[in-house]
Write a protein that binds this ligand. Structure first.
Ligand SMILES: *Cc1c(COP(=O)(O)O)cnc(C)c1O
Length: 418
């Protein structure tokens, strides 16, 4: 199945006439529909909230849009917290799901009234001795043996996140003793899962656990944070998850486990990739053709703009604009300009014959795309645009300039000393 685009070559040409490639463009309509559907799927749960994982797409325009749709934010650093503050996301609309957290980070999060999600039992003492424990605390669980394998997160025994079961129970006991009043439970056991059963299975595990914790420790957990991990189909043959079905299956588990126990639990999610991933595109221009032992198409973007292919060998679908229906009869590597041989957006990919000047669209770049950008080889990070529902094209982050590159240096000062 061919992946389709919500915009045409004519749209893109209008954009590139005024804005040089490479750049990111995000489809407001797509993001809005995704969030609206997610809220529909979990409408049965009083208190349901999506805390968008800011790391996926840390842009104020996107956060404002998500806030307007009812989302909070999941943060893990001071800059992410400040970004939320600037767009008016605050208090318990922020989940601070950090790990190896510094005192400064805890201090900032607590001052903003964010929910602290503790990654380790030792952080109870750390928080108490530095910034003081807040009234609401969430704990992150790592069940170790829960078998969902995936490429990015690996096996859970090997992941650095969360507490073991005995530690988790001890954590709630200690937190209660220290006067914490409200409690949450968090676990993230997968990354990019396309299995509709992932959330229901995780929910069953966590729901059973909160009954056990109430029974054994006398702590009532108010919210369960299923975290992120829902995947998107990067490959054309993959199918997206069915979010309505997922919501209904989680409800079934809830009705089996939570309702009979006479409890009420709010469900939270912290999705990143699922919310924005498919609705972001990296536009780049073919600038060179090289024929040596293989065929190469050189583009004006590099892995400094989109790191996933170089870092994980991740597949990102490519469309050559205007050649959507042309035969894919040329096998090429599509490469960026970095002095690193892994700077390849595609390897041995069958594509329509590419002419210099053709616009290439790199799909599914809306999460962990621009956010993972960097300046290696002196590459300046590209601009981001929001393609709005009214058809307008709004710059939401300008491209970096040479001055930005030098802003943390004092080159002239250095020279004057010599
Ligand atoms: C990265 C992350 C998320 C979001 O993960 P996605 O796979 O993008 O949904 C959510 N919560 C935490 C704690 C994370 O680290």
């Amino acid at each position: 199945m061919e992946k389709t685009l919500p915009f045409t070559k004519q749209d893109a040409l209008r954009w590139t006439a005024e804005h040089p490639t490479p750049f990111y463009v995000y489809d407001e309509r797509g993001i809005e529909k995704c969030v609206t559907d997610l809220y529909k799927a979990f409408a049965w749960n009083e208190g349901f909230k999506e805390y968008f994982a800011v790391k996926a797409l840390p842009n104020p325009a996107i956060l404002r849009l998500l806030k307007s749709l009812g989302c909070g934010a999941d943060c893990a650093s001071v800059p992410e917290l400040v970004l939320c503050e600037k767009v008016g996301i605050q208090g318990e609309d922020i989940m601070f799901s950090s790990n190896e957290t510094t005192e400064t980070e805890y201090r900032t999060a607590k001052a903003m009234g964010a929910i602290l999600n503790l990654d380790d039992i030792t952080h109870i003492e750390f928080v108490e001795n530095t910034v003081g424990l807040p009234d609401t605390v969430c704990c992150r669980y790592n069940p170790g043996s829960f078998q969902i394998t995936n490429d990015i997160m690996g096996h859970l025994y090997d992941t650095k996140f969360g507490m073991t079961l005995p530690q988790l129970k001890e954590a709630y006991r200690v937190l209660k003793e220290k006067g914490v009043k409200r409690f949450g439970l968090h676990a993230m056991l997968a990354s990019c899962s396309l299995d509709d059963n992932y959330y229901p299975n995780l929910a069953r595990e966590l729901f059973r656990l909160i009954l056990e914790i109430r029974e054994e420790i006398g702590v009532t957990i108010e919210f369960v944070d299923l975290s992120g991990g829902i995947g998107i189909p990067y490959l054309p043959q993959e199918k997206p998850v069915d979010i309505m079905k997922i919501g209904a299956m989680v409800r079934e588990v809830y009705d089996q486990v939570i309702t009979p126990a006479g409890m009420k639990v709010a469900l939270f999610t912290e999705m990143g990739r699922y919310i924005t991933g498919p609705y972001g595109y990296l536009l780049t221009t073919a600038i060179h053709y090289k024929h040596i032992y293989k065929e190469y198409v050189g583009v004006d973007a590099s892995c400094c703009d989109l790191m996933r292919p170089a870092m994980y060998g991740a597949y990102h679908h490519l469309t050559v604009l205007g050649k959507e229906n042309a035969p894919k009869d040329t096998k090429v590597d599509v490469v960026g300009s970095l002095c690193e041989n892994n700077d390849k957006f595609a390897v041995d990919r069958l594509l329509p014959r590419i002419d210099l000047g053709d616009l290439l669209v790199i799909h599914d770049a809306g999460a962990h795309g621009h956010a993972m950008g960097y300046n290696y080889n002196g590459k300046l990070r590209c601009a981001e645009y929001l393609w709005k529902k009214d058809g307008s094209f709004q710059m939401i982050r300008r491209a970096e300039t040479l001055d930005d590159y030098f802003v943390t240096l004092d080159v002239d000062e250095e020279f004057s000393k010599q």
